[in-house]
Structure formats: structure tokens, C-alpha cells
Design a protein around this ligand. Structure first.
Ligand code: AMP
Length: 116
């Protein structure tokens, strides 16, 4: 069993978060430390620690993360100008919370994808 993170508590609504969307597979809430005008995290309800732990049985939740990203980007009014979806994995990827999550960021030009 993998160790739960704060995201499991958010999903179960045991601690406060600005939840924008929730269904049986995924939950989306505002990042507590936004790096762009829109910064939303979309997470599977089931704990998957890193992308390295993804299995075929997770495909429904992973696919739902994209359809929810599309919906929330439209609701935020950033779909036409564009946005970025980011998933960090492990130390070199800069992952801080070991419950996979998709960052939906946008609201202004985000610049180069990576610092050189
Ligand atoms: P990562 O570096 O990809 O693991 O990103 C983790 C993200 O989770 C960071 O952007 C944090 O600001 C965000 N975060 C951590 N704790 C919370 C929380 N309680 N509510 C919302 N976002 C959080």
C-alpha cells in the first residue's frame, strides 16, 4: 500500500480545498500556490503515486483527467488562447506530492516549455 498524501484528504473532503469538479474517477481543485492566473490540479480519486505506477486499469481515470482538463479550460476562458498540461514524475521531474496530478495552467503566455 502506498502512503496517502494530502490529496486523498482533499478528495474525501476531509480538509478544505477549492474543488471545481468531482466525479467517481477524478477530482479537480485550485492549486494552493498558483503559478499562473489559472492553475488547477486534476487528480485521480484512486491513489497512484507516480506515472511510473500507472497500469492499464487506470486508463479510464487517466482519460477522464483530459476530458475534465478540456472542460475546465473552457470554463476558465483559456481554451482558445491556450494553456499547458504538466505532470511531474519523481525527483528530476520536480514532483512534490506523490499522488499523480495534472497541472492545468494558463491565463497568460507561459513562455518556453523548459528553462535552458
Ligand atoms: P508537483 O510539484 O507536481 O508535485 O505539484 C504539487 C502541487 O500541489 C504544487 O503546485 C502545490 O502548490 C500543490 N499543493 C500542495 N498542497 C496543496 C493543497 N493542500 N491544496 C492545493 N494544492 C496543493
Amino acid at each position: 500500500m502506498s502512503a496517502e498524501t494530502i490529496f486523498s484528504k482533499i478528495i474525501r473532503r476531509e480538509i478544505p480545498a477549492n474543488i471545481l469538479y468531482q466525479d467517481e474517477l477524478v477530482t479537480a481543485f485550485r492549486d494552493i500556490n498558483p503559478r499562473a492566473p489559472t492553475h488547477i490540479l486534476i487528480v485521480p480519486n484512486q491513489l497512484i503515486p507516480t506515472v511510473n505506477d500507472v497500469e492499464p486499469e487506470h486508463e479510464a481515470a487517466l482519460g477522464r483527467m483530459f476530458t475534465v482538463a478540456r472542460k475546465l479550460a473552457k470554463e476558465a476562458g483559456i481554451d482558445e488562447k491556450g494553456y499547458r498540461l504538466i505532470m511531474n514524475c519523481n525527483e528530476h521531474g520536480g514532483q512534490e506530492v506523490y499522488h499523480i496530478h495534472m497541472h492545468l495552467v494558463g491565463g497568460h503566455a507561459l513562455g518556453a516549455m523548459l528553462a535552458r
